[in-house]
Design a protein. Structure first.
Length: 478
């Protein structure tokens, strides 16, 4: 108890924010039982109870659901996701403090993930993003050891396993494997070289190799399972389809002049009159969906990938402009309805029980979800807890423009230090900063902007800003 009191006295501001975040999550669980549903949720449940690689999404989150299946309660899953959200806030604070950030700076960095209403709502949704966020933040925080301290090979292995788990939760995690491996290789030159440069280089290479091996083995194992199921290489079978949908925001077959087999995927409407990109994956009148066989079959996915490749080669500037336009949605001050009202509403705390998805009923998923729950699965809205969270959601969020400002803090601070001292100072912020930008840019580049894809970026961006603003030496007192 004396140690606890001492910790609270030293970290009282963070303890207050953490407690407030816990209270908000309790209110959410009381107001929306057992959890909130999203169209993707049903396919995750199907894979959890009937294990088989999914063509669209890797099975990491489904295995997370299966882990809690003995409890027969999606409320327990929501509780676990809320705990992961709180854990991310703790990781951000602890890592920022370990790398020298002042207590108030580290506390401020943890506020968005702990108190943002949309973060809390995302944790209550049965989707993969909260798990993905925790795995990525945990991997980055492990890689950010104190300056002058080596990362042990066991830690490097743990980082690799976390990145593999993140990739098998959301495939957008794949580029992070390269970034973190590069960080481990360069870390000695960034954070201070060893007395023996050859030995230090060898140690860095070993750590990076261990991390890569620990990550690649699970990915290869999953890829083998996927190949045994579909006779196709990869982790999913939808890359071509989603890239095709991305290019339909600008693709002009008059410019592309596709061969006859690709011309069937053209949309004669001008780009300005076309629906959001996701409609080309799911809408029944999509040129891809009307083709024979399922949308994500090997032939259809390959055809869509060839069309997308031709569109990008033929109209590189249009592709860049379209991607930047989608990326710009990330940094808007407001939160306009996008891509449509149906999807937008899933990210709001509802005032009444939401109806099952209209376009994709996913009846098999509903049946298995009832088997999982051993009862009805629909969300029960309980007042006054629901109205409290709805009111809170109207005022407590991180605007996109503020996120952009946070992402600009590290390079600006480094530039100011260079001008003043002719040295950039410690560059620990580069790892979470680079990971942030990859996670921001990838969805608009290969699929489509979505509000829920932005939220896992926030703790990494705030961590990078806090570490960039840290003192040159970590404080002796912890």
């Amino acid at each position: 108890m004396s140690r606890l009191r001492l910790w609270l006295s030293r970290h009282r501001w963070f303890a207050g924010v953490l407690a407030a975040g816990a209270v908000l999550r309790v209110v959410t669980m009381l107001g929306y039982r057992p959890a909130l549903w999203f169209p993707d949720s049903y396919s995750y449940v199907v894979t959890a109870l009937r294990p088989r690689p999914d063509l669209v999404r890797p099975a990491g989150y489904s295995m997370f659901l299966r882990l809690f299946e003995p409890f027969h309660s999606f409320g327990v899953v929501a509780l676990a996701q809320h705990v992961l959200g709180l854990a991310v806030g703790v990781l951000v604070y602890a890592t920022a403090r370990r790398l020298g950030a002042a207590r108030w700076v580290a506390t401020l960095a943890s506020v968005p993930v702990l108190l943002d209403a949309y973060q809390i709502q995302l944790e209550h949704l049965l989707v993969s993003d909260t798990l993905f966020m925790f795995l990525v933040v945990a991997a980055v925080c492990l890689a950010l050891s104190r300056p002058g301290r080596r990362i042990r090979w066991r830690t490097a292995g743990a980082i690799g396993l976390l990145v593999a788990a993140a990739t098998l939760t959301r495939t957008v995690g794949q580029p992070l494997l390269v970034i973190i491996a590069g960080w481990l290789l360069a870390r000695g030159s960034v954070l201070g070289a060893h007395a023996d440069p050859r030995r230090e280089s060898r140690d860095r290479a070993v750590r990076a190799g261990v991390m890569l091996a620990a990550a690649v083995v699970p990915l290869l194992a999953y890829g083998g399972w996927f190949y045994a199921t579909y006779q196709r290489a990869g982790l999913v079978g939808a890359n071509g389809v989603f890239l095709y949908a991305r290019t339909m925001a600008f693709a002009d077959c008059g410019v592309m002049r596709p061969p006859p087999d690709l011309a069937v995927l053209c949309d004669p409407r001008p780009p300005a009159q076309r629906p959001p990109s996701q409609e080309y994956v799911w809408a029944l009148d999509s040129p891809l969906v009307v083709l024979p066989d399922i949308t994500f079959s090997r032939d259809n996915d390959a055809l869509a990938g060839r069309f997308a490749s031709l569109a990008i080669r033929s109209q590189p500037l249009d592709y860049a402009a379209s991607m930047l336009s989608e990326l710009g949605r990330t940094f808007e001050w407001g939160r306009p309805v996008y891509p449509d009202q149906e999807i937008y509403d899933y990210y709001q705390f509802p005032s009444e029980t939401p109806a099952p998805p209209g376009r994709h009923p996913a009846q098999r998923g509903v049946e298995l979800a009832r088997e999982y729950e051993r009862g009805e699965i629909w969300t029960r809205v309980t007042e006054p807890f629901g109205v409290l969270m709805r009111g809170y959601q109207h005022v407590a969020r991180l605007p996109g423009a503020v996120l952009l400002a946070v992402l600009l803090v590290p390079p600006v601070v480094a530039a100011v230090r260079w001008v003043r001292r002719r040295q950039a100072g410690r560059m620990s912020w580069t790892l979470p900063w680079l990971c942030s930008w990859v996670l921001v840019v990838m969805p608009p580049a290969v699929a489509e902007f979505d509000y829920r894809y932005v939220l896992p970026v926030v703790p990494l961006a705030c961590l990078a800003a806090a570490v960039a603003a840290a003192r040159e030496r970590p404080p002796a007192e912890r």
